[in-house]
Design a protein around this ligand. Structure first.
Ligand SMILES: *[C@@H]1O[C@H](CO)[C@@H](O)[C@H](O)[C@H]1NC(C)=O
Ligand SMILES: *[C@@H]1O[C@H](CO)[C@@H](O)[C@H](O)[C@H]1NC(C)=O
Ligand SMILES: *[C@@H]1O[C@H](CO)[C@@H](O)[C@H](O)[C@H]1NC(C)=O
Ligand SMILES: *[C@@H]1O[C@H](CO)[C@@H](O)[C@H](O)[C@H]1NC(C)=O
Ligand SMILES: *[C@@H]1O[C@H](CO)[C@@H](O)[C@H](O)[C@H]1NC(C)=O
Length: 414
């Protein structure tokens, strides 16, 4: 039951078939997560100076300098440095943020961290205790999570989601109890699952207003044109996915900009489904190809950018949680940066979409940039990502919250 929930929220394409997914899935368990956390050995952070590094400041790359790590944070105080590392004039970028993933295991956090992804927005959580255990662990990516989402009465995502008594929204229901439940159990933000038969426009508006009144933000799953349009009207803070069924009019994206909405288009799941992993498309929608296309995805993301809507890098990765559609953690975020450059972003802009932009939009004031006071979430690169965005894969070393991650992924620059 738990894993069905993951698959349903992975879905970014219209579906005509939902056969047998659960036969292939592994359910994560709280006791396994806690046992895996108990087995980890993390050396205490020592005050470290990384010398001779050229820092990416969001726009360009500076002259060689020294960055000092003290505990979890970067400091400008160079007293009592215990360890010195020669950066060899290599390039230091902030740890990357995957603004849309599904990580429910310690191995998933390890894999993300090994690729320098040090912050994860987890888009579904069937077990709040398990997700709370994964949130903040020394030397691993930090996880921010939603818990119970708002779902409509039938079809779409609803049939594959676990439904707690009274959870499934019928038209006319007051949806606020879902919000109380979700934040009462440690949710960092709230998620609405938009679908043609999902929560009604009135319910979405009510949910967004209520979550805002509590001082939190809302995201809305909206992979098709109808849910996208509704989500814009509701003023949901961050729209997840992007319609692949049609190209939306420019005025819709302008309206997003006017109302300070942001977008996490997760181009990578569409790219995989339409071009390299047809098994994903087949999973999500059986033999019905519908009217969807990757061209629609590209056109819509270009339109987001033209309108000036903040774009966040996210993947929808599920790792090996669903083995027959293996969708790797970490590596896929590096590919999303390539995808963003493909629609016209500069490499610096793509890097901002995975660092400072999601930090600001998701209200995390302690990350997304390299300067004193920020978390020491860092990636040391051998080659310059502004010359070629694929160079983000050319990783020399990674730090998560000041702790060096020693099992860094060995990547090829393709
Ligand atoms: C947290 O979740 C439990 C179910 O696991 C539920 O009974 C409880 O009401 C929730 N807490 C809040 C404050 O909503
Ligand atoms: C999809 O097509 C294959 C043959 O290409 C067929 O064996 C299968 O039954 C079809 N599935 C559905 C759900 O129609
Ligand atoms: C495809 O688009 C056509 C024309 O807009 C529409 O009539 C049809 O229902 C669509 N098919 C699907 C599967 O969405
Ligand atoms: C983590 O990465 C390893 C090596 O690529 C892979 O075999 C494993 O399935 C991944 N685990 C998860 C949970 O994705
Ligand atoms: C960037 O690097 C990749 C991998 O080495 C290569 O395939 C691609 O052609 C390069 N792009 C540019 C613009 O040089």
């Amino acid at each position: 039951m738990q894993i069905k929930y993951i698959v349903s929220t992975l879905v970014a394409l219209p579906r005509s078939s939902r056969a047998c997914l659960h036969d292939h899935m592994r359910a994560p368990q709280l006791r396994e997560v806690n046992a895996a956390l108990g087995r980890r050995e993390v050396l205490p952070a020592v005050k470290t100076a990384i010398q001779n590094v050229r820092v990416f400041d969001g726009y360009g790359i500076g002259k060689p300098q020294t960055i000092i790590i003290d505990g979890e944070y970067i400091t400008d105080c160079d007293d009592n440095v215990k360890q010195t590392i020669d950066g060899g004039h290599r390039i230091l970028i902030p740890g990357l943020i995957d603004s849309h993933s599904h990580v429910l295991s310690v191995e998933g956090l390890e894999n993300m961290t090994s690729y320098g992804v040090t912050t994860i927005f987890n888009m579904a959580c069937p077990d709040y205790q398990l997700c709370n255990s994964l949130k903040s662990n020394p030397g691993l990516a930090s996880l921010f999570t939603t818990m119970i989402s708002a779902l409509g009465p039938s079809g779409g995502n609803t049939q594959l989601n676990p439904v707690l008594p009274g959870q499934q929204l019928q038209p006319g229901d007051d949806p606020d109890f879902l919000v109380d439940y979700s934040f009462g159990n440690g949710s960092n933000y709230f998620k609405i699952v938009g679908a043609p038969d999902g929560p009604t426009q009135d319910q979405q508006n009510e949910l967004v207003d209520y979550v805002h009144s509590l001082g939190h933000f809302v995201v809305t799953h909206a992979p098709n044109s109808i849910p996208y349009t509704r989500a814009v009207s509701s003023r949901s803070d961050v729209l997840q996915h992007i319609p692949d069924d049609s190209v939306l009019p420019h005025y819709l994206f302008k309206s997003m900009k006017e109302h300070d909405l942001a977008a996490t288009p997760t181009m990578e799941i569409f790219r995989r489904a339409y071009t390299v992993q047809p098994e994903i498309a087949k999973f999500l929608r059986g033999n019905n190809t519908g009217n969807g296309s990757y061209e629609n995805v590209l056109d819509n993301v270009r339109r987001l950018r033209i309108a000036g809507v903040p774009i966040l890098a996210g993947t929808d990765s599920v790792g090996s949680t669903i083995p027959i559609i293996y969708f790797p953690y970490g590596d896929s975020l590096h590919q999303e940066l390539v995808n963003l450059v493909d629609i016209g972003m500069t490499p610096a802009e793509a890097l901002r979409a995975a660092t400072i932009v999601p930090a600001v939009i998701h209200r995390l004031s302690d990350r997304g940039a390299i300067r004193p006071g920020m978390r020491a979430d860092l990636i040391l690169l051998n080659s310059n990502p502004l010359v070629n965005i694929s160079n983000t894969r050319d990783i020399a070393r990674v730090w998560a919250g000041g702790v060096e991650y020693h099992n860094t992924a060995k990547l090829t620059k393709t």
